[in-house]
Design a protein around this ligand. Sequence first.
Ligand SMILES: Cc1ncc(COP(=O)(O)O)c(C=O)c1O
Length: 442
Amino acid sequence: MSNSANVTPNDLSAFWMPFTSNRQFKKAPRMFVAAKDMHYTTSDGRQVLDGTAGLWCCNAGHCRPKITEAIQKQAAELDYAPAFQMGHPKAFELANRLVDIAPEGLNHVLFTNSGSESVETALKLALAYHKVRGEGSRTRLIGRERAYHGVNFGGISVGGIVTNRKMFGTLLAGVDHMPHTHNLSKNAFSKGPPEYGTELADELERIVTLHDASTIAAVIVEPVAGSTGVLIPPMGYLKRLREITKKHGILLIFDEVITGFGRLGTPFGADYFGVTPDMMVTAKGLTNGVIPMGAVLVSSEIHDTFMTGPEHMIEFFHGYTYSGNPIASAAGLATLETYREEGLLTRGKEMGEYFGEALHSLKGEPHVIDIRNIGLVGAVELEPIAGSPTKRAFSAFVKGFESGFLVRTTGDIIAMSPPLIVEKHHIDELIEGLRKVLKAID
Ligand SMILES: Cc1ncc(COP(=O)(O)O)c(C=O)c1O
């Protein structure tokens, strides 16, 4: 008898859920069965306003017709084509469309299937780039405290969230971390990039002095750290990182898995901050979250460095079975087209102003110790319950879900990142819903 014969259709035990308190969830499941535009439908037939664009990924809202149709059509026409030594037109077309909207100079694209894989791809490319150029001693990778770069070994090594690292041994060797930039005593209730902390970028100089630039391959940062609880860089911080990395021949990688595709009111975080990295790591909004896909955009300098040697040789020994998968490529093209038609890559600028004002009106509500916002991303940080960190924000999340809106929590931080199609009345509903919840929780 197969294992599945022992499991009833609604048995929740077999699926070991990701980043979830499984036992708690399975006692009181929260299930979505449908979605449209700004709303989810729950299994008990309620509408829930999506305040988080799924997991920061459904930037155009849910079940958008153009994307759905493109996937259906592609699945019936060319379901799969080998990714190595063979091609299909849509992957090339999508790469071109991405380059069109990317900051100038990022002219080449490697496809992956997730943010985590995009991070690994970028880190490996950084090491290989220096090796190909004859600077193979550049093997160190520099990340930042509190960073989230996915869950694979490279990503958790350069990442800086202790719970994601401490179970997994010694991780990659030769990694160092810059300090994070979160400072409540100086920057609480900042609107947009906070004023204090630009000089924290100079910590990179200290790391360079410690290890020597000749040993450092790359620095990776999220332009705005999302998953760790929305940490917005101090004014001028990223520009300073760019200057320092350039000065020392170190590659700068922006992890734009969250900040990409309009989240800050610009196509990418790089555009918002006016800083062009050497590589940009993306996923999530690339296909509106509908089909797994990621992309790493790289400079011509990096690409061209590999395009030497005999032409029959593979230039970079890396890739995935599903790199540039036809259905994902079709979803990506339809997603970019939807963003273009509806002006979504820049809509967050105007809507972000309204969202920011509404969010900051929660100042003074119970437990609130900070509010921060940029584009269509915002966070409300709560005073933790003494001895029970994370509990207060988690009960806000559950109460919010029960009362009809979805937020996301990390520690005692409530994060919001609504789909970019959000209207003012949705923002009012979300913020007033959260206000009620804050007043109701312990
Ligand atoms: C900045 C950043 N990088 C990487 C990832 C990992 O992406 P994925 O979950 O698709 O592997 C995430 C996911 O939230 C992210 O926010």
